[in-house]
Design a protein around this ligand. Structure first.
Ligand code: PBG
Length: 329
């Protein structure tokens, strides 16, 4: 036999020499759920590795992550029902607790990177990413609100704005609004190929942001998020976001859409982020808890697979646990 691939697998040392991919702290983005209050650290029942933090506990959690080498964080707010209205106006208050958290984190920690979420679903009574009228999620009207939202977030100190709404033309609208307001250096990480997926369930539990049962409110997001059957269309979205000025492209979910990660990676010069979403993290957790999978092996293998598929950056609820594990080794 001339060629024996097993020779390169013969020992841990040799395997380390030929390893093609590695997940490091620089690749990881930690998502954090935040809420009003004091001393809050509520575990999310359908996403047990994640918690909702109030500002004080958030600061501590971020400090712990920084210790582990994680520098970037994406923040998602749980908004009280009493703050919700038809247009999500709470999102625009300069002193809402989301902006306060960003201000506090940026003043407390010098070298963190804060990523925002731009979409209306946590803020509006309909639980949709855009303004709903006559049963339709309004595209162009929503762009105005999202643009103002991005500017307020930039003022609060977010380094990267993360539009997750899937309205057409939003990257261009946000870029223009940011530039006009003097935020040329604030980046945009666009949820480029975001699918209408079942795997966002635990996230919506965490924020209470699911579409609300009412007359004239669609119960799904299929008129704006992508059809899971489509791959070619993801390249169109990538092309548009690139031309509109996005700095990062995102694919979401990650594990079930690794072909999309690979295709966009091969067709773009921009850094690619994959969002290992709540449902994907939860199902892995549940199988490990049942003893059907070995957490210590399956969890890091999952993150590595996302990286190997072509993701430069991974948003995952396991970011902290992964770093704890790799530092121990
Ligand atoms: C909403 C938003 C969602 C997620 C991030 N931003 C849910 C949705 O579109 O309904 C999901 C993230 C996850 O499941 O972890 N703009």
């Amino acid at each position: 036999m001339l060629i024996r691939p097993r020779r390169n697998r013969k020992s841990e040392q040799v395997r380390n020499m030929v390893r093609e991919n590695k997940v490091t702290a620089d690749d990881l983005i930690m998502p954090l759920f935040i809420c009003e209050g004091d001393g809050v650290r509520d575990q999310i029942p359908s996403l047990p590795m994640a918690y909702r933090y109030s500002l004080d506990t958030l600061v501590k959690e971020v400090a712990d992550c920084l210790q582990l080498g994680i520098k970037s964080f994406i923040l998602f707010p749980k908004i009280k029902d009493t703050h919700k209205d038809k247009t999500g106006s709470y999102a625009l208050y300069p002193n809402n607790f989301y902006h306060e958290c960003a201000r506090k984190l940026k003043s407390e920690f010098e070298d963190i990177v804060l990523i925002s979420d731009v979409a209306l679903d946590p803020y509006n009574i309909d639980g949709h990413d855009g303004i709903v009228r006559d049963g339709v999620i309004q595209n162009d009207e929503t762009l105005d609100v999202l643009s103002q939202m991005a500017v307020e977030q930039a003022k609060a100190g977010f380094d990267i704005i993360g539009p997750s709404d899937m309205m057409d033309g939003r990257v261009e609208a946000l870029r223009a609004a940011l530039d006009v307001n003097g935020f040329q250096d604030v980046s945009i990480m666009s949820y480029t190929a975001k699918y209408a997926s079942a795997f966002y369930g635990p996230f919506r539990d965490a924020l209470g942001s699911a579409p609300v049962e009412a007359d004239d409110v669609p119960m799904d997001k299929k008129t704006y998020q992508m059809d899971p059957a489509n791959a070619q269309e993801a390249l169109l979205e990538a092309e548009l976001d690139t031309m509109e000025g996005a700095d990062f492209l995102m694919i979401k979910p990650a594990v079930h859409y690794m072909d999309i990660i690979r295709r966009i990676k091969e067709n773009s010069f921009l850094p690619i982020t994959a969002y290992h979403v709540s449902g994907e993290c939860a199902m892995l957790w549940a199988a490990c808890e049942k003893g059907w999978l070995d957490y210590d092996i399956a969890m890091p293998e999952t993150l590595l697979s996302i990286k190997r598929a072509g993701a430069d950056l991974i948003i995952t609820y396991y970011a902290k646990a992964f770093m704890e594990m790799s530092i121990k080794e």
